[in-house]
Design a protein around this ligand. Structure first.
Ligand code: ZN
Ligand code: ZN
Length: 157
């Protein structure tokens, strides 16, 4: 029997002590200031930056912010969904190729190698069935169709 680590606050269960700790850290108000936005009286941010087509959010308390204290918005969106911080090895990919489309539906977590496979030209990249947002065949087909539609419109996915 595998051991489970359960968060007493939200009853979410985790596979390891480490991921539970990561989840709890995400809940820590110190780190949440940026994410909670206007609702938090300590929030001074809301500063956005565009760089190479990506949106960055000023998040000085984020454990993985860059030297300028910014974090990629799509990573924050996924973290909000997962209620934990993403590891630097987890790459968030924009399914339809639009880097500004940060809806959760358009985001997919991939490893570095899976991600570079998707972006390398000429390779069939429709075989990825894993990832947390594609956990059944129906959903997978939907995403695949969206990808094909985007390609027809000339968006490079
Ligand atoms: Zn919890
Ligand atoms: Zn990508």
């Amino acid at each position: 029997m595998s051991e489970e680590f359960i968060c007493l606050k939200c009853k979410k269960s985790f596979k390891s002590k480490h991921s539970l700790a990561n989840h709890k850290r995400w809940y820590n108000p110190k780190f949440r200031i940026d994410i909670q936005g206007e609702k938090n009286p300590n929030w001074k941010g809301g500063t956005y930056k565009y760089l190479k087509g990506y949106i960055y959010v000023y998040s000085p308390h984020h454990p993985y912010c860059n030297v300028k204290k910014y974090v990629l918005k799509h990573r924050l969106v996924v973290e909000e969904q997962l209620k934990r911080f993403l590891k630097p090895t987890e790459i968030v990919h924009h399914i339809n190729g639009n880097k500004e489309d940060n809806r959760i539906k358009n985001l997919q977590i991939l490893s570095k190698s899976e991600h570079s496979k998707i972006h390398s030209k000429g390779k069939n990249n429709g075989n990825w069935k894993g990832g947390i947002y594609v956990n059944n065949k129906k959903e997978y087909d939907k995403l695949l169709h969206r990808k094909i539609r985007a390609r027809k419109k000339g968006v490079i996915v």
